[in-house]
Design a protein around this ligand. Structure first.
Ligand code: 13P
Length: 259
């Protein structure tokens, strides 16, 4: 069984003081967690990455960025490169988070460039996909997710796919308290795995980790993790409270122990 993954996306939250406090609490609690049959990563705002990375050093919790730019350097005001993120100890980056797609206006084409550049530059991308409420109501979930995955991974070899993590985050479940039911999550995760099996091969599809995100909380994490194709969670709001995030990590460890 693959190692489950718990990601905490802090979004545009925390300040210098609260980001350090959160990192310190997570670091000391995680060091004590027996086994560690789980990968945990946090995604703080860019400006706190370095300090949070220092606070997490040696704890076993990895560091990730909420976004990245695909060009290596140059006149791209406001953007952050892959090598800058590697430089300060980042191992992961989110690509195509729903807020970047729907609030900032990122396209599938731009997201594809980010995914591809991240892998080439040594960052592991978490490609986020998910449908809007009206798309679900119109039974278009599979169509939307297919487009986002096919375009986001376009041109990527099976070998490079091994570096990718997929996060299914239905937009209607993000920050709303409306979680997808475990069955709804499982259905889409199963669909994504079958799609990847057609695009690549069965082995690659089985090996890839597919996370669920959207109002994951301490009281629903276990149920979600109980689903066959849910390999981890991408947590927003609940990752800002150390205790809640730790309860979620423990639930994930309990349900998905790699052999
Ligand atoms: P919430 O857990 O706050 O719904 O956010 C989910 C998310 O967008 C994680 O990337």
């Amino acid at each position: 069984m693959k190692k489950p993954f718990v990601a905490g996306n802090w979004k545009m939250n925390t300040n210098g003081h609260t980001s350090m406090d959160l990192a310190d609490r997570l670091a000391s609690a995680f060091t004590e967690l027996a086994g560690r049959n789980v990968t945990v990563a946090v995604f703080p705002p860019f400006v706190y990455l370095q300090a949070v990375g220092k606070a997490l050093n040696g704890s076993g919790i990895a560091l990730g960025a909420q976004d990245v730019y695909f060009e290596p350097d140059g006149a791209f005001t406001g953007e952050i490169s892959i090598s800058m993120l590697r430089d300060i100890g980042c191992n992961y980056c989110l690509c195509g988070h729903s807020e970047r797609r729907h609030v900032i206006g990122e396209t599938d084409g731009l997201i594809r460039k980010k995914v591809s550049a991240a892998i080439s530059g040594g960052l592991l991308p978490i490609l986020c996909v998910g449908e809007l409420l009206e798309e679900r109501k119109a039974s278009r979930t599979n169509e939307v997710v297919t487009r986002q995955i096919k375009e986001g991974l376009s041109g990527l070899s099976a070998e490079k796919l091994a570096a990718v993590i997929i996060a299914y985050e239905p937009v209607w479940a993000i920050g709303t308290g409306l979680t997808a039911t475990p069955q709804q999550a499982q259905e889409v995760h199963d669909f994504i795995r079958k799609l990847l099996s057609q695009m690549y091969n069965q082995r690659s599809a089985e090996d890839i980790r597919i996370l669920y995100g959207g109002s994951v909380k301490p009281d629903n994490a276990a149920e979600l993790m109980g689903q066959k194709d849910v390999d981890g969670v991408l947590v927003g709001g609940a990752s800002l409270k150390a205790n809640d995030f730790l309860v979620i990590i423990r639930a994930v460890m309990r349900f998905k122990m790699p052999v």
